[in-house]
Design a protein around this ligand. Sequence first.
Ligand SMILES: Cc1ncc(COP(=O)(O)O)c(C=O)c1O
Length: 361
Amino acid sequence: MRPARALIDLAALRHNYRLARELGGARALAVVKADAYGHGALRCAQALEGEADGFAVACIEEALELREAGIRAPILLLEGFFEADELEPIQRHDLWCVVHSPWQLEAIERTPLARSLTCWLKLDSGMHRVGFAPADYRAAHARLAASGKAAKIVAMSHFARADELDSPRVAEQLAQFAAATEGFDGEFSLRNSPALLGWPQLFRRGQEGEWLRPGIMLYGATPFEHYQAQAARLQPVMTLESKIISVRELPAGEPVGYGARFVSPRPTRVGVVAMGYADGYPRHAPDGTPLAVDGQPARLIGRVSMDMLTVDLTELPRAGLGSRVELWGAQVPASAVAAAAGTIAYQLFCNVRRVARVWHG
Ligand SMILES: Cc1ncc(COP(=O)(O)O)c(C=O)c1O
């Protein structure tokens, strides 16, 4: 059997969820969209059931996967509905629904519903992706309330730059939100992982009615480019691993892999690992990208192929056929691999496919 696999540590997931709640001092929806960032939405939701205050997903299809498997906790649709005919199953399955656009508001107004909805009304406080503009927010809120279709309206927004710990934009967005929602005394939600980990000074702990929305931190990856003390408390959830399936000794001056991107500068011992871009390992990872072989730090050399990649074993004489290779995990932070490859851990995790996923903890 091909040895490539992703181990998913559910105890670490629970640890990270508890940390989110502890740091934020509020209720938290675990963001499990995109198959829990590649970690398996159902398995992750089951591991957090009884503990998580609820879950957040991108669309009704993701929510129904959880509902049909028996997850009874609240589930928020982060983009609401894409077509008005989703409203009926949304209320039937008791899903919470973001309302981010005028067309959604109109659809709610004109669709007869047997039961009222829990709506999260989104403000565009500066990200300029979805949400009502500050000037339109109060009117949207009033219309939604007047429609009689919303049993509860939660005010929400999303930060664009909370991962930049010196950005003035977080406070600016927060001020926009405070102005747009002034006088509302209901529930509200702003904080994603970087806001939760990195901006405690802007939020009052235990503020009545707050909902946190942690995503990447649940999976144990830092959203920040540099060391950050709270993010250092996270435990990695996914370990992507495989084995060395071939070893060759090359003299100096020999190319390795497609395009001869790497040419051995000295006699080099090359290990071939059963892992490639078809498994989600980033093809753009450069020479020197960190990994670990039998627990020892090592580096990628040569271009990543579809099913294989190559590592430098010259300094690791005891490593060889069958040696375990960690592509990322406890020893090799996914964020370090992502940084080397010019991407983010979010994308690395989401891209993992084909390999067997093994849940434990
Ligand atoms: C609306 C919304 N809230 C929360 C999150 C979770 O963000 P993070 O993974 O950075 O914690 C996301 C993720 O993209 C999101 O789109």
